[in-house]
Design a binder for this molecule. Structure first.
Ligand code: HEM
Length: 478
């Protein structure tokens, strides 16, 4: 009995020493978890244009950061099997612990059909407008009905409402309106994505021996993800059956899923198709709510622009943005300033070097480690933006810069072949929501405005931000 007690005590003591030792040895990586954004900013300031690296958990245990146009062009020119976004995402969400299926390390040509499907569905965005508005209207009505009231206003928790709404619009785009109306699917999608994010973060920071245990504790029987996946299997099988039996009369695709099934090779299994859809659904769901919340938070913080915005919205339709014409939309300017000043990640273009990668200035990223571009450096560069800290949505007016641009001057959506194909849909949908809110509702932020919190390099709006909302008596939205 005494021996057992002694052994347990010795075990616990050893464990405490081990954790303490690892914690001390990895103190810079721990610091990054809580202060990564500040650390990147300080090192970038001290290093000028010279690349630098920081110790992190996961991602090959080291993150390299580059910041010049030459580096950008090197990233753009790199083979996607050499500098891999796919492999970086694997390190982020740790699919072997969090997901139901296995991922290969790289993904080249087989990734193209889903990108093409998103492009197909983005080619006529205004046709999605009626159903998007129905989703906004329904969700806002429900939230107002169920929220506490103060002074005639409903207290809408911005993050929770937008998280839900954005997942619905994601379901609508990728899987269709029935999926967007399936409450269990939307809730499971949100829960599964949160589980994946927690598992990814936890697995990176802890010894691998504990990873399976933690993953099991977080996801349980993985019911949330199973429901999402089963729904996708059913929808893919339905479209495949139509494709097999009625190729000549196949209707135009109404969703990314349908466009994807139609253009994917026949020899692919349903599971393979669902695998790609699941990656898409999971990774996009992770960012939609936060970026949308930040946008509305900024919109309702800077109230001086509202009269002009309402005039603009009443005078014209919200159209998908294009960089071929001069920028005239103040609403687009607000979204761009929100993205510029609160870029939710300090860096863009996240890649893992599958084998050593040498930039044209001779800087080498060792195999297995990660590299990224310091986008905050561009966003807050005084030479590019006068008074860069000032939120000024008029600064883009008359210029050729658009919210969906891709390039070093607007790094938000990434680079080259990997740049985000969903940016047209997201920026259209979120501006439509803002226009609807501005014209149909009286809204104000319940002060004080709460600061964002930081995890690693990400800046995330507080879950406690509350928007006070009341329907206007007069309907103004066309
Ligand atoms: C807040 C919304 C979104 C943000 C901030 C965002 C951002 C990004 C970023 C930064 C990348 C990586 C680019 C690179 O590293 O070069 C990316 C890739 C991607 N995005 Fe988005 N995205 C959003 C919404 C969407 C939506 C709604 C979809 C489609 C439904 C989508 C589909 C994709 C796909 C498929 C890729 C991977 C492209 C590839 O691997 O080649 N995104 N996105």
């Amino acid at each position: 009995m005494l021996t057992l007690k002694f052994l347990s005590l010795a075990g616990v003591t050893l464990w405490v020493f081990y954790v303490g030792y690892v914690g001390f040895r990895r103190r810079e990586s721990w610091k990054f978890v809580f202060k990564g954004r500040v650390m990147i900013g300080e090192r970038a300031k001290a290093s000028g244009n010279t690349p630098f690296s920081l110790p992190v958990f996961g991602y090959g245990e080291r993150m390299h950061i580059v910041s010049t146009e030459q580096h950008w062009n090197d990233l753009k020119g790199a083979d996607i099997a050499h500098l891999s976004l796919h492999s970086w995402v694997k390190s982020f969400i740790q699919p072997q612990y969090s997901l139901l299926d296995q991922w290969p390390d790289t993904r080249d040509q087989e990734g193209m059909p889903i990108i093409r499907a998103i492009r197909t569905m983005s080619s006529n965005l205004p046709s999605l407008r009626p159903q998007l508005l129905e989703i906004f209207q329904h969700d806002l009505d429900m939230t107002i009905q169920n929220s506490p009231k103060s002074g005639g206003f409903a207290e809408m928790t911005l993050m929770a409402t937008l998280e839900y709404m954005m997942v619905r619009i994601n379901c609508f785009f990728i899987l269709g309106i029935d999926a967007a109306n399936d409450v269990k699917l939307v809730k499971s999608g949100i829960a599964a994505t949160k589980e994946i994010a927690i598992i990814g973060e936890a697995v990176r920071v802890m010894p691998s021996i504990l990873a399976f245990l933690v993953a099991k504790l977080v996801k349980g029987k993985n019911l949330n993800q199973r429901y999402v996946r089963d729904t996708m299997m059913r929808l893919v099988n339905a479209r495949r059956a139509i494709k097999r039996n009625a190729l000549k009369t196949l209707s135009d695709p109404a969703t990314v899923l349908e466009a994807f099934v139609d253009s994917s090779p026949d020899e692919w299994s349903t599971s393979e198709i669902v695998h790609h859809l699941n990656i898409l659904f999971t990774t996009t769901t992770l960012s939609l709510g936060g970026v949308a919340t930040q946008f509305l938070k900024d919109l309702y913080y800077h109230t001086t622009f509202h009269t002009q915005l309402i005039d603009e919205i009443q005078g014209s339709q919200i159209m998908p943005s294009t960089s071929r014409t001069k920028q005239t939309s103040l609403l687009e300017g607000v979204l761009m300033e929100s993205m510029r000043t609160h870029c939710f990640q300090a860096t863009a273009v996240h890649r893992t070097a599958i084998r050593p990668f040498t930039f044209s200035d001779g800087y080498t990223v060792p195999a297995g480690e990660s590299v990224q571009f310091y986008q905050a450096g561009v966003h807050f560069d005084e030479k590019r933006y006068s008074e860069p800290e000032t939120f000024d949505p008029t600064r883009f007016q008359g210029g050729l810069r658009s919210v969906t641009d891709v390039g070093m001057e607007w790094p938000f959506w990434g680079v080259g072949k990997n740049s985000c194909p969903g940016r047209f849909y997201f920026t259209y949908a979120v501006r439509l929501l803002a226009a609807y809110l501005l014209t149909e509702f009286d809204c104000k932020l319940k002060s004080p405005v709460l600061p964002n919190f930081h995890v690693g390099e990400s800046s995330i709006p507080s879950e406690k931000v509350v928007l006070l909302v009341k329907r206007k008596e007069q309907k103004l939205f066309e």
